[in-house]
Design a binder for this molecule. Structure first.
Ligand code: CA
Length: 521
């Protein structure tokens, strides 16, 4: 009898234990993940990074309530390669996407697949840009290729769907719908990825009037002469050469007698591209565009700027449309953060904000990215997770986009594969400290001579103070910068006897990094 009672008690205990397991939706240790990424959003256009140009209250909220990485960089400053790094935690030479021409191999292990294995519901909405269909997602709805700014065509789980409206808003509507419809018995990981503020920077009408009467300041290096930097001199990414139609949004009759501009790719049929883009607007959008851009066109025809006046007119046009596109991104992020609050999800959700890389907002006279120079090597990185990250934390250690997959797996309590090359940022986020943190980062850019902008392939090392870059193509040459003395990287010190020892030491470190990351050639 006693044995029977004891067995019965055990039986009841087991039943209770089983019931507890099945009624717990998921381990309380597993946070939700909202990964927000925009395209080409420079740190210089975020107020919590000290922007003098724009106020971004919703992105700033993440800095206020979470952590901001003061020194966050990418490993290869161009769209598709950076996206592949963020999915795999591996450098381009290992994940297979070296430049925008490459196709992502979706069969390889990725962050969403590993999170699925750890019990997560995974989804992606918005920009994808990796050519093959997304893998590892329970739900996906992505823009085709680069996507359009208005009325985007998207692929939802294999089917093409056309949406009406401004893409930043459409993407956000889809993000909110996905969050609302998600299975509630699992933690989620949603990748919410904007097309904006990618070229050709088409704002939504509600922001057309922002900065309309202002003259925004030219960066100090706008009239750089590229002395001592032949690759910089060769690049085709000057604001002065931006397309009159596609970038400046003028009509051919407005700029008769002016060159179209090389625009980074003289072969590109820019006239057709801009007229196709305009034809994609619906009548209401078209009329809002006319109301604003007809004034711009009239002003151009009245002033007929030439020389520097034309270059500076182009800069104002470029920078204003870029910043207006950012205003929409910020406002839409605000909607999603408000949803997390309303749904009671803010405490148990890691929110990441980043971009696929930085961008030139006129520094060195440029737009675009690619170079290992600071404005495009840097990328915004803000992470909020109230349960583990002190509000207002500023992290100065060097972080890479490569670190995000291991970081998120670490927070999810999932194993980090040994061949992932990044470091988990979790200790830095939790305590501001990490033992033996990296003292240098490794960078490598490939896209040349195909593709856009004629930026010669290069690789290099950046320490806290120095940067050594090797431009590989014949005739190969090196650049060295002392970032403490020359933060704008105008003075190439390579070859000066005074720095010989420094170069030898940096080169040794660089070769070590190449071995460590298995980038041997
Ligand atoms: Ca990009």
């Amino acid at each position: 009898m006693k044995i029977a009672t004891t067995l019965f008690r055990y039986f009841v205990l087991i039943l209770i234990a089983l019931a507890t397991v099945s009624s717990t939706p998921f381990s309380p240790q597993q946070p939700n993940i909202l990964f927000i990424m925009s395209d080409d959003h420079a740190q210089q256009a975020i107020s919590s990074y000290g922007s003098q140009l724009i106020t971004t209250p919703h992105i700033d909220r993440l800095a206020k309530e979470g952590a901001l990485f003061e020194n966050s960089f990418v490993t290869n400053s161009i769209c598709a390669p950076s996206r592949a790094v963020l999915l795999t935690g591996k450098y381009s030479h290992l994940n297979g996407v070296r430049d925008n021409r490459d196709t992502f191999d979706g069969a390889q292990p990725t962050l969403p697949k590993l999170l699925q294995q750890a019990g997560y519901y995974t989804a992606i909405v918005g920009k994808w840009h990796l050519k093959t269909e997304p893998t590892g997602f329970d739900y996906w709805n992505v823009l085709i290729g680069q996507g359009q700014y208005y009325n985007p065509r998207m692929i939802e789980m294999g089917d093409t769907v056309k949406y009406e409206g401004y893409t930043t808003t459409v993407t956000t509507d889809l993000a909110l719908k996905t969050l609302q419809a998600r299975p509630k018995d699992k933690p989620f990981c949603l990748l919410y990825q904007h097309k904006a503020p990618h070229r050709n920077f088409m704002p939504e009408p509600s922001y057309f009037s922002a900065w309309e009467k202002d003259t925004l300041p030219l960066p100090a290096t706008f009239y750089d002469d590229y002395e001592g930097r032949p690759a910089a001199a060769e690049a085709d990414m000057r604001v002065a050469d931006m397309y009159m139609g596609f970038d400046m949004k003028l009509m051919p009759e407005d700029y008769e007698g002016y060159p179209e501009g090389s625009g980074g790719n003289a072969e590109f049929d820019v006239g057709e591209s801009w007229s196709n883009t305009l034809a994609g607007l619906n009548p209401e959008q078209r009329s809002a565009w006319s109301q604003h851009y007809d004034k711009v066109r009239q002003q151009f025809r009245a002033e007929q700027p030439k020389g520097r006046a034309l270059t500076e007119w182009k800069f104002q046009r470029y920078i204003k449309d870029y910043l207006r596109s950012v205003l929409s991104v910020d406002a839409q992020i605000g909607r999603v953060l408000a949803y997390l609050d309303e749904a009671g999800l803010s405490d148990n959700t890691i929110v990441v904000y980043t971009s696929d890389q930085g961008f030139y907002l006129g520094e060195h006279g440029w737009y675009d990215k690619r170079f290992m120079y600071e404005p495009s090597l840097r990328t915004p990185l803000l992470i909020r997770y109230p349960k583990a990250i002190q509000a207002g934390r500023r992290i100065s250690q060097m972080a890479l986009n490569l670190d995000l997959p291991p970081t998120l797996l670490d927070f999810a309590g999932a194993p980090i594969p040994e061949d992932m090359q990044g470091l988990s940022l979790k200790p830095l986020l939790e305590s501001g400290k990490a033992r033996r943190w990296r003292k240098a980062i490794y960078y490598r850019y490939y896209e040349y001579p195909h593709g856009w902008h004629k930026v010669r392939p290069h690789y290099g090392i950046r320490t806290e103070r120095y940067k050594l870059i090797h431009f590989e193509n014949e005739p190969g040459y090196w650049e060295l910068y002392d970032l403490a003395e020359d933060p704008d990287e105008l003075n190439n010190l390579y070859g000066q006897p005074k720095y010989e020892k420094r170069v030898r030491q940096l080169n040794r470190q660089l070769q070590e990094l190449r071995r460590q990351y298995r980038d041997g050639r």
